[in-house]
Design a protein around this ligand. Structure first.
Ligand code: NAG
Ligand code: NAG
Ligand code: NAG
Ligand code: NAG
Ligand code: NAG
Length: 126
């Protein structure tokens, strides 16, 4: 019973997070494109890197200026362990530490603010 509730809770939070990740075309919704990492990038577990994104299209007023960075593998978002959160989306960069995950070449970074935008596929290695 308890674990069912826990499962439901996680299913709901995941759905909510996914719903907010869908592009919503409303004025002043700012979806900055991730510029690093990109195709060809290789990160090693434990390294520090700055995820960067393009803020040149930022409107003067944005609904949610607080960002978070989530790692996704084959499109599956690791929402339970964001790499970073509670930073300004207008900063254009934020430093993260590469987590200890299985080496693979289909990782993407998803940047959340108003909405989500994902990077190109890149590689995490050990
Ligand atoms: C996400 O960024 C890419 C460029 O990296 C851009 O082409 C795309 O339109 C953006 N997605 C949304 C929903 O704005
Ligand atoms: C990330 O960017 C900040 C600000 O420019 C800089 O101080 C820091 O050294 C950078 N970190 C890495 C790992 O390059
Ligand atoms: C988010 O950052 C702000 C400003 O740095 C800080 O005041 C606030 O306590 C932080 N909130 C969380 C949940 O960490
Ligand atoms: C999510 O990230 C944590 C911390 O890096 C990791 O231990 C866990 O295996 C990841 N979960 C998935 C489903 O990738
Ligand atoms: C990343 O790779 C997956 C398969 O490994 C593919 O489905 C997806 O379209 C790729 N994404 C990008 C942004 O290239």
């Amino acid at each position: 019973m308890n674990s069912l509730m826990t499962m439901l809770f996680f299913a709901l939070t995941t759905l909510l997070a996914l719903a907010t990740a869908l592009p919503v075309y409303v004025r002043d919704v700012f979806v900055p494109p991730v510029t690093y990492p990109h195709t060809g990038t290789v990160w090693f577990v434990g390294q520090k890197h700055n995820v960067t994104w393009d803020i040149s299209g930022a409107p003067s007023q944005i609904t949610n200026p607080i960002g978070s960075i989530v790692l996704a593998h084959n499109g599956l978002l690791n929402l339970t362990h964001p790499l970073a959160s509670n930073f300004s989306i207008l900063a254009g960069r934020h430093e993260i530490t590469v987590p200890d995950v299985s080496p693979d070449n289909s990782y993407t970074i998803v940047l959340f603010g108003d909405s989500g935008n994902d990077s190109q596929n890149f590689t995490i290695s050990k």
